[in-house]
Design a protein around this ligand. Structure first.
Ligand SMILES: Nc1ncnc2c1ncn2[C@@H]1O[C@H](COP(=O)(O)OP(=O)(O)OP(=O)(O)O)[C@@H](O)[C@H]1O
Ligand SMILES: [Mg+2]
Length: 401
């Protein structure tokens, strides 16, 4: 799907409406480069009217030989012959007036045709990874961690990330992000057989930090009408356009959660330092094992890990038979950030918990995230070895049901 670059967020939002469903917006050329590295199948780069001509020509010239199957389309408020000549010389495929939506669409179509001609109709099939944040206990911090992890995974717009609220009765992802969704997964009920990118896009709400949110229904009774088939089709559809799909779940092994777990590539299990939670997490881990869900791709996140309750991380590891992957301490800053609608990762990127969550994101992507200023704070997590399994795409674990 095409990526559009423009430093002005209003222009970016307007142009994204013109682009085909699944288009992605970034504000600067550096993020574009990071995006392109993650996306070998990108077929069009649209450079908006506020990208300086010099910078646009440099991008185009750089991509001319390195990415010949990706077309650069330059938008200008006014197109004159001089701009045209320079752009063509730099290898830009099209120069189009920024206000001419049909011309932009037609340039994107041509870019796609060229891509197919050069790469073959299959091209490189995109398959995003599903990260499910789960705990059998309520109130342990699943939503807090899911929201912050999703923000970390975007890497400031370099990756396309969707956050799905599958706590279908009492989901609070939207409110946590101060979003007011007009649509939710509820609006796909009955469309199980026709889930595609435009439909999915119409259900989502855009968060300013390069994150798309598929909100939970606004009424709890809708939950029972969201079938497992709908959930698995939605998640598979999202794989096609997103790099990562982070799923927040209800504290239960209900049908919907099991369906999401069945599609999961990476499972983040949230636990806290209290015996009832640990008992339930142990049972949950045994269930995941029995169902062969995300084996070797389970990550134990200990939240409120500093609570002085006589149980340390070592004891937790002994009880659960699993290494603690990340530890987040209790912090008023986390709760205050959530309450202000700006999660800690955005509100305070240098906070110890933000660093821990970014480290967890790095483990999930296998790539270091861009550093955050001010630098110098040391990490706060237990750390994890990066899994060197390079077959990270596609569904590998199926439940026997
Ligand atoms: N490390 C932390 N330090 C301080 N407060 C925290 C921390 N983690 C979570 N919280 C707070 O705890 C409360 C519950 O967190 P959250 O909603 O993320 O839990 P949950 O597991 O999603 O709950 P539910 O099962 O009800 O969906 C929130 O008010 C959140 O701000
Ligand atoms: Mg929650």
């Amino acid at each position: 799907m095409p990526v559009i670059v423009d430093p002005e967020s209003e222009t970016l939002a307007r142009l994204l409406e013109v682009l085909p469903a699944g288009g992605h917006g970034v504000e600067d050329p550096e993020t574009l480069q990071a995006w392109l590295q993650n996306r070998p199948e990108e077929y069009a780069v649209v450079l908006g009217p506020h990208v300086a001509l010099e910078s646009a020509l440099a991008i185009s010239d750089g991509m001319r030989l390195t990415r010949p199957s990706t077309s650069v389309i330059l938008l200008r408020d006014e197109v004159d012959t001089q701009v045209m000549r320079e752009a063509m010389h730099a290898g830009t495929r099209d120069v189009v007036p920024a206000a001419d939506a049909p011309a932009i669409m037609s340039a994107i179509d041509r870019a796609y045709q060229l891509y197919v001609a050069l790469r073959g109709p299959g091209g490189v099939i995109h398959s995003g990874r599903i990260v499910t944040v789960f705990s059998p206990k309520g109130g342990v911090g699943k939503t807090t961690m899911a929201v912050n992890l999703a923000l970390a995974l975007t890497d400031k717009g370099a990756r396309k990330v969707c956050l799905v609220d599958l706590d279908l009765a009492f989901g609070d992802v939207a409110i946590t992000l101060q979003l007011f969704p007009s649509h939710s997964i509820e609006h796909a009920i009955g469309s199980e057989d026709s889930i595609d990118a435009p439909l999915l896009e119409s259900l989502m709400t855009r968060h300013p930090d390069s994150l798309m949110v598929l909100a939970a229904p606004s009424h709890p009774d809708v939950r029972d009408r969201v079938s497992p088939t709908l959930i698995s089709r939605v998640l598979r559809g999202l794989r096609e356009t997103f790099d990562f799909i982070v799923v927040d779940t209800a504290p239960a092994f209900d049908e919907q959660t099991l369906t999401a777990l069945d599609e999961t590539d990476e499972c983040v299990i949230v636990a806290t330092l209290d015996v009832p939670t640990l008992k339930n997490v142990k049972v949950a881990l045994e269930t995941l094992e029995m169902l062969n869900i995300a084996r070797d791709h389970r990550h134990l996140l200990l939240n409120r890990a500093d609570d002085a309750v006589g149980l340390g991380p070592e004891k937790v590891e002994a009880i659960l038979g699993m290494e603690v992957s990340a530890r987040v301490a209790t912090s008023m800053d986390i709760a205050a950030a959530t309450n202000s609608g700006k999660p800690i990762l955005s509100a305070n990127p240098a906070h110890e918990s933000s660093i821990t969550i970014r480290e967890l994101a790095e483990t999930l992507t296998g790539q270091p995230e861009a550093p955050v200023a001010p630098a110098g704070l040391s990490g706060g997590s237990g750390g994890m070895a990066v899994d060197d399994d390079d077959d990270r795409s596609g569904r590998r674990f199926r439940m026997r049901r």
